[in-house]
Design a protein around this ligand. Structure first.
Ligand code: FAD
Length: 287
């Protein structure tokens, strides 16, 4: 199907982009990689009057550390993350997500920030970045604000972002030197959305877990944090028993539905198995 007709604006400054969004409010849509928005428009699930293409805006392609934290600009593609040598070690949770997002064609164009703005509960970046306590930086008519991911995702495809705001980057806080993580994804075939995904991230302190981040994909209305599992691990030694208990709690936090990808019971079991497997892998890696 063809999309409904729309105007197409290609601003070259952020101010110009914000000005257009301000004029059209919820009749306008930001266009980044177009890998989610264009299919929605073709299916006529979205019919914006104006597309504001942000691909020519300067300064949004940063993928770098700053003061120990990580900045991922609004035009950083999945592909850039996949190829980045930066996203290993303490940023390993993110490095392991990138190659699992869809296929090379989607990864060439799709952006990390677009994925967060799209808020698909099956999106992979949302879980990895939730587990790492990331926040997005949003610029709007009244200035700049930061939104923790837990407050960005409000429901399936619904965020707390105003239609007049643009995410300029996502920031990940410094997890410390003795940290690492991974992302495990079950997909029916290469390029498919997750049946289940689990992101785990551990920041160690004196041989114990200083802070744990565990977040789940495709088993709830948004990417979900397994808070009880995280709390059970914090301050504990990452023994097999502690890991098994955290995995049990993560499975309890999942809210899966039965669908063509599998039954709710099956998905809950995958959450438990992946959480346990991921935590064991990360424990060995950070030791
Ligand atoms: C065949 C296929 C398979 C896919 N498989 C996966 C998968 O396995 N895992 C996965 O995680 N994703 C998958 N995706 C989605 C893909 O990752 C998209 O790239 C991503 O969801 C959206 O990023 P984008 O840059 O393409 O955003 P766009 O499509 O341009 O925009 C998506 C939404 O976000 C808004 N938006 C985008 N950028 C901003 C911004 N900077 N500020 C404010 N709003 C913004 C847009 O207005 C729109 O509402 C798949 C997509 C396709 C087509």
């Amino acid at each position: 199907m063809y999309p409904a007709s729309f105007d197409y604006v290609v601003p070259v400054t952020l101010e110009e982009a914000l000005d257009t969004l301000g004029r059209y409010e919820d009749e306008a849509k930001v266009l980044a990689g177009g890998q989610s928005l264009i299919p929605l428009m073709k299916l006529r699930f979205a019919a914006p009057r104006v597309l504001v293409d942000i691909n020519r805006l300067p300064g949004l392609e940063t993928l770098a550390t700053e003061d120990g934290g990580l900045r991922i600009g609004a035009l950083v593609r999945h592909k850039t993350c996949e190829r980045s040598e930066l996203l290993g070690g303490r940023w390993g949770t993110l490095g392991s997500v990138a190659p699992l997002v869809s296929d090379p064609i989607v990864r060439n164009l799709g952006t990390v920030c677009g994925s967060l703005a799209h808020a698909d509960p099956q999106g992979d970046w949302g879980s990895a970045l939730l587990a790492m306590d990331a926040e997005v930086v949003a610029r709007g008519p009244d200035g700049t604000r930061t939104i923790p991911l837990g407050e960005l995702f409000e429901g399936p495809f619904v965020t707390s972002l105003h239609p007049t705001e643009i995410i300029t980057e996502v920031r990940v806080p410094d997890p410390g030197p003795d940290a690492g993580g991974t992302y495990l994804k079950l997909e029916r075939k290469v390029g498919d959305f997750a049946t289940v995904g689990v992101a785990v991230h551990l920041a160690m302190a004196d041989g114990k877990v200083g802070k744990a981040g565990i977040a789940l994909t495709a088993v709830g209305p948004t990417n979900l944090r397994a808070t009880a599992a995280e709390e059970a691990l914090a301050g504990a030694e990452p023994t097999d028993e502690a890991i098994a208990e955290a995995a049990r709690l993560a499975a309890e936090a999942a809210q899966p539905h039965s669908d063509t990808r599998g039954s709710a019971d099956y998905k809950r079991t995958v959450v438990r198995v992946f959480t346990e497997r991921g935590l064991r892998m990360v424990r060995e890696g950070v030791r």
